[in-house]
Design a protein around this ligand. Sequence first.
Ligand code: FEO
Length: 164
Amino acid sequence: MLNPTVQQALNDQVQKELHSAYIYLSMAAYFEAENLPGAAHWMRNQAAEEQEHAMKIFDFIQDRGGRVTLQAIAAPPATFSSPLAVFEAAYAHEQKVTQSIHDLYALAVKEADYPTQVMLQWFIDEQVEEEKNASAIMAQLQMVGDSPAALFMIDRQLAARSGD
Ligand code: FEO
């Protein structure tokens, strides 16, 4: 039996992961429009990964005999001022998600919900990766400034991301 407070927080997290997918899909659309197919590909993969995150929690709620209730997802930003601004936003977003996962873990500890704590360990590790990936690309873009040649090289590198 899933504690109702934890169930609510898990349902909130499903919404946040799907919202993340929506944000990254919008970033993919921006990069497509900017003729940066590598960055668009990276963002598409990221969006797919966020859907997997949502489904991991969705399945966990079901496995515990809980009830999934889906919530509205706000529209993401449709445009961005530069490729660097996109990755700055992605990095800031991942920091918020990390905080949300940590808050969820703290709640599971408070409620003595051990299975939720174990499930969330995966997300705690994943958030370390998520922040690292976004901040590494952000740092590269900060370094190259407005150089189109360097941006082209970074875009080619981002095209190499495989489905994680
Ligand atoms: Fe599901 Fe990017 O955190």
